[in-house]
Design a protein around this ligand. Structure first.
Ligand code: NI
Ligand code: MN
Length: 225
């Protein structure tokens, strides 16, 4: 299983010959200007919530790839009004077995209004079960006791927001790593905007001090999960 970072909270996970793209926000991000979004060609696009910094390139990438969009029911309905009729709507607590593995939608504490003002339902995170591994993608969220529900899932990796202001910051993300009982964390949702700039050296130190392997990937960088 391989993952590639495209800035903000945008990642590709490749597993079982399929490509899953999470929360595409690439073309408005000057730090990701070298990424050609039409070359990504995911098989699935997973959307955590309706904010622009998570769906900016959703419609274009769906059109250029034909990807199935996995998201909460309200966003699936909204996509139907924008000509995307293959969205797979889910809701919090539900799981579904796709051809690459299982996806479970889990709680996130945040908000979720779509760019045109349409309510986007509740914000969500995902747990992906594939290749015998379990991966948590938290989306935008506060630290929440609900994360303790994942402590028995034997999570191999977790993507957590670190940027503070709109989501939990580094200190709460270190606590979240304990709540979910996961020792391998990939940071996201930091440095893209002035309000979410972090001190990366200090952030890494806090995770390392807690005995956690933390990855802050460069845009375009890939690692094996
Ligand atoms: Ni958000
Ligand atoms: Mn966000």
């Amino acid at each position: 299983m391989k993952t590639t970072f495209y800035g903000q909270s945008t990642f590709m996970i490749e597993t079982g010959g399929k490509k899953m793209l999470f929360d595409p926000f690439i073309s408005p991000n000057p730090m990701a200007k070298d990424i050609d979004i039409d070359s990504l060609k995911p098989d699935f696009i997973l959307i955590s919530h309706g904010h622009g910094d998570h769906i900016a390139d959703l419609i274009q990438i769906q059109h250029s790839s034909g990807a199935i969009v996995i998201c909460i029911a309200e966003i699936a309905n909204w996509l139907g009004k924008h000509g995307i009729n293959n969205a797979h709507g889910m809701n919090i607590g539900g799981g579904f077995n796709f051809d690459f593995g299982r996806v479970k939608m889990v709680n996130a504490i945040h908000s979720s209004t779509l760019p045109d003002g349409t309510p986007g339902g509740n914000p969500a995170g995902f747990v992906i079960y594939a290749e015998g591994k379990a991966i948590y993608y938290a989306g935008d969220t506060a630290l929440t006791y609900d994360m303790k529900l994942l402590a028995d899932d034997n999570l191999d990796w977790a993507y957590l927001p670190l940027g503070d202001n709109y989501t939990m910051g580094v200190d709460d993300a270190v606590k979240a790593s304990a709540f979910i009982n996961c020792k391998n964390i990939i940071g996201m949702h930091y440095d893209t905007f002035p309000a979410i700039k972090i001190d990366k050296v200090a952030a890494v130190e806090k995770f390392v001090k807690a005995g956690i392997n933390i990855k802050l990937l460069e845009i375009g960088e890939s690692i094996n999960l």
